[in-house]
Design a protein around this ligand. Structure first.
Ligand code: DGT
Ligand code: CA
Ligand code: CA
Ligand code: ZN
Length: 575
């Protein structure tokens, strides 16, 4: 993943340049390049070969030269020079919440702060607080940040943050004087990981509402408490602490604040430019013509007054959402008619097929597919060929007893290390729905892992490529898969790609989903459930799908059952 490495390098170069007082347009050009690297979905080596690097947004000749330098040598000389100009542990200080390049520079130059130890003593001696532009408040924030950084594992996966936020929002809605409460920030945009939880309340009595917020039983620690804003630490279900901010605004500003604090920052910058072009002003209080408020109470009004159609939060990433082609009806949870990837107690699930079917029916589904593991997934109690034949028979029998829902016979068949499938074609042909997934040898090199996956997709009985990259959020890197080739193969063979909605996975990710959609790939949003409760993860998949701009027609499991069967049959007949 060389583009990820380049992203980290360019970000660090921007930080180091800022520390050394470099001009802001130069710093910004590196931030822009970093972002392009972060969002790149094509292989940077391939791009370099075809001379496509200079065509990327924010990459001029000079920057392209640095990228090529890195691809050729694994290093960028200018980066090394920047690193040599500062004490070796200084860059690590930038990771401390509350400390940015400007403050680090000041602490270094004025007080000789070069690492965590010297930073701590500058805090304890009170010298840091005396620096111009810092003060007691921001030093308190830095010192909290230090102890937080020592405990925290970084960003929180969406699936862990969501229940926390919902609990906080429900608690705030019950507070006297709170008329509305919503979560905003990256969580409302459905981002795969969340830095902190942002909550917005509408009330006329800010101080009382902040007090109620910081007094919630969920607050393990109060970080700040003012008249319009409070910050607390709350605990995730795995014991890790997460920051939650609460802001209180009056009715007339609620929509504007909701818009502002939903972000993203990059989206907001673009929106504010549009306001400025009309000689208006846009901030968290409203949209103004001079002193005259044009909008503020209602979020949608802000977009409307600026001549835009409403942009759903999931699209607000400055990834083209202001262009007319972004304006489309995105998929919603209601469009989903079934879940096509789940496990039962036949392999490593906790419930039997009937229980899963009933739970799916309660969620309004018309069909599910039971897709237990195949024989090579030994740790997941994968089914031997013999057991699989029995499973096929058993599910067919079960179906005869069910009226309101159909259970498709399926399997999650391992893609072996050479690209062969774990079951013979006779078994796959007897299944209604086959998910093929990689569960082993994920670290094979790019060529090997890609050709292996492509080979599996060529099998006419493989309907869906399961969790295509194998990444686990914050835990395991994606396979080094050539996604452009996988997408082309999906189109060529009529194989669907999965958007696995399990909170640890969200695989494909938003950017790959968008890339697949644009290429005309059929996607399938599944929960990979191992229990009935996990079926509810579908909504995480929907958020990611919306971030990838998916519409109903892009998603296989929005189709009525006869259509779904036809789609599966098409690939089988073509072969
Ligand atoms: P996170 O918490 O890192 O996952 O990401 P966000 O997007 O929730 O960011 P956060 O919590 O720092 O701030 C919430 C929103 O507030 C952010 O999405 C946009 C807005 N915001 C914060 N700082 C700025 C800023 O400097 N300029 C603008 N235009 N908006 C900002
Ligand atoms: Ca946030
Ligand atoms: Ca925040
Ligand atoms: Zn799997």
């Amino acid at each position: 993943m060389k583009s990820r490495e380049l992203y980290a390098i360019f970000e660090q170069m921007a930080d180091l340049m800022e520390i050394q007082g470099e001009q802001s347009f130069r710093v910004n050009s590196y931030r822009r390049a970093a972002r392009t690297m972060k969002e790149l979905t094509t292989d940077i080596d391939e791009l370099a070969k075809t001379g496509g690097i200079v065509e990327l947004p924010g990459i001029g000749k000079g920057m392209a030269g640095k990228i090529e330098e890195y691809l050729a040598s694994g290093k960028i000389a200018a980066h090394q020079e920047l690193l040599q100009a500062v004490p070796p542990e200084l860059p690590a200080l930038l990771e401390v919440p509350g400390l940015g390049p400007k403050k680090v520079a000041l602490a270094w130059k004025e007080l000789g702060v070069v690492d965590v130890t010297t930073l701590k003593s500058a805090i304890d001696s009170g010298k840091l607080a005396k620096l111009k532009g810092l003060g007691e408040k921001s030093v308190l924030q830095i010192s909290e940040g230090l102890s937080f950084a020592e405990k925290s594992t970084g960003r929180t996966p969406l699936g862990l943050a969501m229940p926390l936020a919902e609990e906080l929002v429900a608690a705030m809605r019950a507070v006297k004087g709170v008329r509305r409460a919503e979560y905003c920030g990256s969580l409302r945009r459905g981002a795969e990981t969340i830095g902190d939880v942002d909550i917005l309340c509408e009330s006329d009595d800010g101080a009382a509402v902040v007090k109620a917020f910081t007094s919630l039983p969920q607050a393990k620690k109060v970080l700040a408490s003012g008249t319009t804003k409070g910050s607390i630490l709350v605990e995730r279900r795995d014991g890790v602490q997460v920051q939650a901010d609460c802001r209180v605004v009056p009715k007339a500003s609620f929509g504007a604040a909701l818009q502002y604090f939903t972000g993203s920052k990059e989206h907001n910058v673009r929106l504010r430019e549009m306001a400025v072009k009309r000689k208006w002003k846009l901030n968290e209080w409203g949209l103004f013509d001079g002193d005259k408020p044009l909008a503020g109470e209602d979020e949608a009004d802000i977009y409307k007054k600026l001549g835009l159609s409403y942009i759903p939060p999931e699209q607000r990433e400055d990834r083209g959402e202001f262009e007319p082609e972004a304006h489309t009806t995105l998929i919603t949870l209601d469009d989903i008619r079934g879940d096509l990837h789940m496990h039962t107690d036949a392999s490593d699930g906790t419930c039997d097929a009937r229980t899963m079917a009933r739970a799916a029916q309660e969620r309004g589904y018309e069909y599910i597919a039971v897709t237990d593991h195949s024989k090579s997934s030994a740790i997941a109690n994968g089914l031997s060929i013999d057991r699989m034949w029995k499973q096929i028979e058993r599910i067919r029998e079960l179906n005869k007893t069910l009226k309101a829902i159909t259970v498709l016979v399926g399997c999650e068949c391992d893609i072996l290390s050479d690209g062969k499938l774990d079951y013979p074609d006779q078994i796959l042909a007897a299944c209604d729905f086959v998910v093929a997934s990689v569960h082993s040898a994920l670290r094979q090199d790019r060529k090997k892992v890609t050709s292996r996956v492509l080979k599996a997709m060529e099998n006419p009985f493989v309907t869906l490529l399961g969790h295509p990259t194998g990444r686990l959020i914050n835990k395991r890197e994606a396979m080094d898969l050539d996604m452009t080739a996988v997408i082309a193969k999906a189109v060529e063979t009529g194989t669907a790609l999965e958007l696995n909605a399990a909170w640890q996975r969200l695989d494909l990710c938003d950017l790959h989903v968008r890339q697949a959609r644009d290429a005309g790939v059929m996607l399938c949003i599944d929960t990979d459930s191992h229990s009935t409760a996990q079926l509810d993860q579908m909504r995480l998949g929907i958020l990611t799908a919306r971030r990838g701009w998916l519409r109903k027609q892009d998603v296989l499991n929005t189709r009525p059952l006869p259509d779904l069967r036809k789609w599966i049959q098409k690939k089988r007949e073509k072969a």
